[in-house]
Design a protein around this ligand. Structure first.
Ligand SMILES: *[C@@H]1O[C@H](CO)[C@@H](O)[C@H](O)[C@H]1NC(C)=O
Ligand SMILES: *[C@@H]1O[C@H](CO)[C@@H](O)[C@H](O)[C@H]1NC(C)=O
Ligand SMILES: *[C@@H]1O[C@H](CO)[C@@H](O)[C@H](O)[C@H]1NC(C)=O
Ligand SMILES: *[C@@H]1O[C@H](CO)[C@@H](O)[C@H](O)[C@H]1NC(C)=O
Length: 959
C-alpha cells in the first residue's frame, strides 16, 4: 500500500514540475531538458529551476538568471552558454540545440562528456566560439561543421576523436583559433589547412597524424602560434614554413622529422619560441638563425645535429633558453654565448663540445641553470658563472675540467644542485657552506680535491645528498657535526684517505646511506648509530675500525646493507643481528671476529664469503667449530661427546648415501651437484630429482626450457623449478652466472634457493608463491591505490638493486606483469630476472672465453637491456594504474597528451576530481612517461625513478 502511495506522490510531483516547465519559455524548457540529460553528480546545475508560480508575462527568459546562461540586454534571447568546469558528464543527444539559434558562445569545456559530438551543434549558425575542449568526445568529428559560418574559435583540445582531420574546417574563413590537439586523429594534415585567411592559432599536436607536413601551411601568413608536434610525420620540415611571416611560436617537437633544419626558417624574424626537439634532424644549425632577433627560446635538443654553435648567435640578444643537449655537436662553445644579455638556461649536455667554457659566461646575464655535462670540456669554471646571483643548478659532470672552485663558486648562495663529479678539479673544497642556504645536492666525487671535507659542511642546512668519494688525496676527518644536518640522506666519502673516528651520531634522523669504505678511519663504530632510524646502507669496509660490532645495528628497522669487512673488529657477531627483518647483505669478512656464527637463518643465508678471513670464527656456513674447543669449554662433557659423535655418524651416513645415489644416477650428463644459496642445504639433489618423478627418472622433467613448474620436495617444501640446458663447454660460465644470480638477494626479488646441475643441464629452484602473479591480481586491486603504490615501488626497488647494486649490473630482461609474483602482504617479487642472459650464455656459440667481464658484444647487449628494463617498467606502471587496460602502451602514451592520459587514469581508479590522489597519480604517471621515452639514454635510471617515486611518501596521505 505504502509503495503505491509513494508512487502516487512522486507522480504528482513530477507532473507539477512538467506543468511548470510547460508554463515557461522555450529556452528554459530546452535547458531543463538538457539538465535532465547530463550527469551532474556535483549538483552544479542546482539553480536551474523554474520558481513555482512564476510566469513570464514580458516574454522574458527565466533561464537568464541561471548559472552559466547569458542573455541579451532585455533578457529575451539566450546568447551564451558557459557550462565549463561544472563536473558534468554523460552523452549529449543534441535535441535541444535547435532552440538556440542566436547562441554566439558555447563553452562546455573541462567536463566529462563522452560519446559522439551531437551534430545538431553545427546548426547554431551564429556561433562565434565553440569550446568543447577537455572532454572525452569520441568517434569522428561529424560532418557539417562548415555550417558554423561565423565561427572564430574552435577549441576541441583533449578529447578522443579519431579518423581524419575534417577538410571542411578549412571553409571557416573567420576562424582565428583552431585547436584539435590531443585526440586520436590520424592521416595527414590536409593541405587545405594552408588556406585559412585569418587563422592565428593552430594546434594539432598530440594526435596520430602522419604523412608529410604539407608545404601549404607556409601560406598561413596570419598565424602567430603553431603547434603540430607529437605526431609521427614522414620526411623533413618544409622550407615553405619560412614564409609564415607572423609566426611567434613554432613547435614541431617529437614528430619523427628527419633532414636538416631549413635555412628559410631564419626568415621568421618574429619568432620567439622554436621547439624542434626530439626528432631526427641532421646537419648544422643555420648560421642565419641569428636573424631571428626576437628569439627567446630555442630548443633543438635530442636530434642528430652536428657542427658547432654558430658564432653569429651573439646577435640573439633576447635568447633566454638555449637547449642543444643530446646532439652530435662539437667545437668550442663560442665566447659569443657569454655575451647574450638575457641567457638564463644553457643546456648543451651530451655532445662533443671541447675547449673551455666562455671565460665571461655569467658576466652579462643572470644565469639560472647551466648543464654542460658529458662533453669533452676542459679549463676552469668561468669566474663569473654565479655573478648574476640566481644560479641554482650547475651541472658540469663527466668532462675534464680542472682548477679550484674559487672564486667562481665560493660565494654562490643561490645554488640548489651542484654536480661536478668525474672531472679533475683540485685544491681545497672552497665552498662556503654557511653561505649555501638552499643547497640540497652536492656531488664532487671522482676529482682530485685535497684539504679534507670542510668543517662547515654542517651549516648547509638543506643538504640531502653529499658525495666526495674517490678523491684519493682529500684527507682530513669527517667533521664532527656532519650528522646533525637535518635533511641529510646520503653521505658518501669512500676512497678519500680520511682518517680519525666516525663522529657520534647524536642526531641523524634522515640519513639512509653512509658510505665511507676504503679510508683510514679508526676507533669504534659508534653505538649511537642506533639513532639513525632511516639507515638502509652502511659501508665501513676497508678501514681500521676496532672494537666490537655494535649490537645496536640490529635495532635499525630498515638496515639492508651492512659491510664491515676488512677492518680490525673483534668480539662476537651479535646474535640479535640475526633477528633483523630487513638485513639482506652482511659482510664481516677479514676482521678478527671470533666465536660461533649465531645459528640463525638470516645470518647463515649470507653465505660463507660474508664471514671468511676471521680465523677464530666458526660454525655454518663456515666450517664446524672444532669439537674439542666446545667440549673443553663446557662441563658435563660425557653426554655431549656422545651426542656429537652420534651427529657426526649421521652426517657421515648421509654423505655416504648421497654419494651412493650420485653413483647410481650417473647418466649422460654425469654426476649431479647441488649449490645452495641459502646457507644449509635443506634439501639435496636427490630430493629435487625425486620430486619430478617418483621413479627417479630425472629425464622426466618438463622439457620446455624456461617454463616454471611447481615441485614438492620429499621434505615437504614446495619450490618453483626452472630447467636450463647448455653445451658442456659452457658449464663453467653458466654456473658462475648462476652464482651471481643467487648472490643477488633483495626483498623484491624472488629468492633463488639453489641450483642442482650436471654437465649438460640444471634446475634452478626458487621460492614458490601461491598467490600468483601481478597480471592475475590487477583486476582485484581496482581502487586500491595504496596497494598499487606499494607494488610499483617494490618493483622499482628490485630493479634498482639489479641495475645499481649488482656489479656488473644484471638486467632483468623480461620484465612484465606476469613475472611479478605477490606474497601474502601483496609485496611484489620479481621473477625470471637474468634468465634471458642465462639462456644466452648457455647457448652462445662463441668460444668459451666469456667470464665475469664478458666480451664487448655482451656488454653492449647488457646496456641495451638495462634501458629495455626501464622502458618495460614504465609500461608496467601504466598497466598497474589502468588495471591492465593499457598493456605495452609505451609508444601510445608518449604520443598522447599527458592531461588526457591522466584524466583517463583517474577515472580508471575512480578518483574524483577533488581528490588529492589525483596529484599522486600524476607523479607516478610522469615517472612512467620518463621511463618510456623513445630515446633510451633519455630515460630515467632506475635510481632516479625510485627517488621520484619514494619522494611522494603517499602512505600517510592515502587512506
Ligand atoms: C529586446 O531587444 C532586442 C534588441 O536587442 C529587440 O529587437 C527586441 O524588440 C527587444 N524586445 C523587447 C520585448 O523589448
Ligand atoms: C539542422 O540543419 C539541417 C540542415 O543543415 C536541417 O536539416 C535540420 O533540420 C536542422 N536541425 C535542427 C534541429 O534544426
Ligand atoms: C627568405 O630566406 C631566403 C634564404 O634565406 C632568402 O633568399 C629570401 O629572400 C627570404 N625571403 C624573405 C621574404 O625575406
Ligand atoms: C666536428 O665534427 C665533424 C664531423 O661531424 C668534423 O668534420 C669536424 O672536424 C669536427 N670539428 C671539431 C672542431 O672537432
Amino acid at each position: 500500500m505504502d509503495v503505491f502511495h509513494g508512487l502516487y506522490f512522486s507522480f504528482l510531483f513530477v507532473s507539477t514540475i512538467i506543468a511548470m516547465v510547460l508554463a515557461s519559455d522555450p529556452y528554459s524548457e530546452a535547458l531543463l531538458s538538457l539538465k535532465s540529460e547530463v550527469v551532474d553528480d556535483y549538483n552544479s546545475l542546482d539553480d536551474w529551476l523554474v520558481p513555482p508560480g512564476s510566469g513570464n508575462p514580458l516574454g522574458k527568459v527565466i533561464a537568464c538568471s541561471w548559472s552559466g546562461v547569458k542573455c541579451n540586454n532585455n533578457s529575451t534571447i539566450v546568447i551564451a552558454l558557459d557550462l565549463s568546469m561544472k563536473n558534468l558528464g554523460g552523452a549529449l543527444s543534441g535535441k535541444q540545440f535547435g532552440v538556440f539559434t542566436e547562441l554566439v558562445d558555447l563553452n562546455i569545456s573541462y567536463n566529462s562528456f563522452f560519446s559522439q559530438l551531437p551534430v545538431e551543434i553545427f546548426n547554431l549558425t551564429n556561433l562565434a566560439s565553440l569550446d568543447i575542449s577537455r572532454n572525452n568526445f569520441s568517434g569522428q568529428l561529424p560532418s557539417g561543421i562548415s555550417g558554423l559560418r561565423n565561427l572564430v574559435v574552435l577549441d576541441a583540445f583533449s578529447n578522443s576523436f579519431e579518423g581524419l582531420l575534417p577538410i571542411e574546417i578549412s571553409q571557416l574563413q573567420h576562424l582565428k583559433i583552431l585547436n584539435l590537439a590531443g585526440s586520436y586523429f590520424n592521416g595527414p594534415i590536409p593541405p587545405q589547412y594552408g588556406s585559412f585567411k585569418s587563422l592565428e592559432f593552430l594546434h594539432l599536436a598530440g594526435n596520430f597524424l602522419g604523412g608529410s607536413i604539407p608545404p601549404e601551411l607556409g601560406q598561413l601568413k596570419t598565424v602567430t602560434h603553431m603547434e603540430i608536434g607529437y605526431n609521427s610525420y614522414q620526411g623533413s620540415i618544409p622550407w615553405q614554413l619560412g614564409n609564415m611571416s607572423e609566426i611567434q611560436y613554432l613547435d614541431i617537437a617529437g614528430a619523427n622529422l628527419s633532414g636538416s633544419i631549413p635555412m628559410q626558417l631564419s626568415n621568421l624574424t618574429k619568432l620567439q619560441s622554436l621547439f624542434l626537439f626530439r626528432n631526427h634532424l641532421t646537419g648544422q644549425i643555420p648560421r642565419e638563425f641569428s636573424r631571428i632577433r626576437n628569439l627567446i627560446s630555442l630548443d633543438l635538443s635530442d636530434n642528430q645535429i652536428s657542427g658547432a654553435i654558430p658564432e653569429s648567435f651573439a646577435e640573439l640578444k633576447n635568447l633566454r633558453l638555449l637547449s642543444l643537449m643530446y646532439n652530435e655537436m662539437n667545437g668550442t662553445v663560442p665566447e659569443a654565448i657569454a655575451a647574450l644579455p638575457s641567457l638564463d638556461t644553457l643546456f648543451i649536455w651530451n655532445n662533443f663540445f671541447s675547449g673551455s667554457l666562455p671565460l665571461h659566461l655569467g658576466r652579462n646575464s643572470k644565469l639560472r641553470w647551466v648543464d654542460v655535462s658529458t662533453n669533452n670540456l676542459i679549463g676552469t669554471i668561468p669566474p663569473d658563472i654565479c655573478a648574476g646571483g640566481v644560479l641554482f643548478k650547475l651541472i658540469l659532470f663527466s668532462n675534464s675540467f680542472t682548477g679550484s672552485l674559487s672564486p667562481s663558486l665560493s660565494n654562490c648562495s643561490s645554488l640548489v644542485r651542484l654536480r661536478l663529479e668525474d672531472n679533475s678539479f683540485s685544491g681545497d673544497i672552497l665552498l662556503n657552506f654557511s653561505n649555501l642556504p638552499h643547497i640540497a645536492y652536492i656531488d664532487l666525487s671522482r676529482n682530485k680535491f685535497t684539504g679534507g671535507i670542510p668543517v662547515d659542511v654542517s651549516k648547509a642546512s638543506k643538504l640531502e645528498y653529499f658525495n666526495v668519494s674517490n678523491n684519493p688525496e682529500l684527507g682530513g676527518i669527517i667533521p664532527a657535526q656532519t650528522w646533525s644536518l637535518p635533511l641529510l640522506q646520503n653521505f658518501s666519502a669512500s676512497a678519500c684517505n680520511i682518517s680519525g673516528n666516525i663522529p657520534p651520531f647524536n642526531s641523524c634522523k634522515s640519513i639512509s646511506a653512509i658510505e665511507v669504505h676504503t679510508n683510514n678511519l679508526s676507533g669504534n663504530a659508534p653505538d649511537s648509530v642506533s639513532n639513525c632510524h632511516a639507515l638502509e646502507r652502511l659501508d665501513l669496509s676497508n678501514n681500521k675500525f676496532t672494537g666490537n660490532i655494535p649490537e645496536e645495528l640490529a635495532s635499525l628497522p630498515d638496515l639492508e646493507f651492512l659491510d664491515l669487512s676488512h677492518n680490525n673488529l673483534c668480539g662476537q657477531i651479535p646474535s640479535k643481528l640475526g633477528s633483523s627483518s630487513s638485513l639482506l647483505v652482511l659482510n664481516v669478512s677479514f676482521n678478527d671476529i671470533s666465536g660461533t656464527i649465531p645459528a640463525n637463518k638470516v645470518l647463515r643465508s649470507m653465505g660463507g664469503s660474508a664471514y671468511v678471513g676471521n680465523p677464530k670464527l666458526c660454525g655454518p656456513p663456515l666450517g664446524p667449530c672444532a669439537s674439542s674447543m666446545v667440549i673443553l669449554g663446557s662441563k658435563g662433557t660425557g653426554k655431549l661427546i656422545l651426542v656429537l659423535l652420534l651427529c657426526a655418524g649421521i652426517v657421515m651416513f648421509i654423505v655416504a648415501s648421497v654419494l651412493g645415489i650420485f653413483y647410481i644416477r650417473r647418466g649422460s650428463g654425469g654426476q649431479w651437484k647441488m649449490i645452495s644459496f641459502i646457507g644449509l642445504p635443506r634439501f639435496t639433489t636427490d630430493d629435487v630429482l625425486r620430486s619430478f618423478n617418483p621413479t627417479h627418472s630425472k629425464e622426466a622433467m618438463p622439457q620446455l626450457p624456461g617454463s616454471l613448474c611447481k615441485a614438492v620436495l620429499p621434505t615437504g617444501i614446495t619450490v618453483s623449478v626452472k630447467k636450463v640446458e647448455w653445451e658442456a663447454k659452457r658449464m663453467e660460465a653458466v654456473s658462475e652466472f648462476i652464482r651471481r644470480m643467487g648472490n643477488a638477494r633483495h626483498k623484491n626479488l624472488i629468492r633463488l634457493l639453489g641450483f642442482c646441475y650436471n654437465k649438460r643441464m640444471g634446475y634452478l629452484l626458487y621460492d614458490h608463491f601461491p598467490n600468483g602473479n601481478l597480471s592475475e591480481n590487477l583486476i582485484r586491486m581496482k581502487r586500491d591505490c595504496a596497494a598499487k603504490y606499494q607494488i610499483v615501488i617494490g618493483i622499482a626497488k628490485g630493479l634498482c638493486f639489479l641495475h645499481h647494486d649488482c656489479y656488473p649490473a644484471i638486467p632483468h630482461g623480461d620484465l612484465k606483469s606476469s613475472n611479478v609474483l605477490l606474497d601474502d602482504n601483496m609485496e611484489p617479487h620479481l621473477t625470471e630476472f637474468a634468465f634471458k642472459y642465462l639462456v644466452w650464455l648457455a647457448n652462445c656459440s662463441s668460444p668459451a672465453t666469456i667470464h665475469g667481464r664478458e666480451t664487448g658484444e655482451f656488454n653492449s647487449t647488457i646496456k641495451e637491456e638495462l634501458y629495455n628494463d626501464i622502458y618495460s617498467f614504465g609500461e608496467m606502471i601504466v598497466e598497474i594504474l589502468t588495471n591492465g587496460r593499457l598493456k605495452n602502451a609505451g609508444g601510445s602514451i608518449q604520443s598522447k597528451p599527458r592531461e588526457i592520459l591522466w584524466r583517463e587514469i583517474c577515472s580508471d581508479n575512480e578518483v574524483g576530481s577533488t581528490n588529492s590522489l589525483q596529484e599522486e597519480i600524476k607523479v607516478v604517471l610522469d615517472v612512467a612517461l620518463l621511463c618510456t621515452r623513445s630515446r633510451p639514454s633519455q630515460r630515467l635510471s632506475m635510481q632516479e625513478a625510485l627517488k621520484l617515486l619514494s619522494a611522494m611518501k603517499p602512505t600517510k596521505k592515502i587512506r
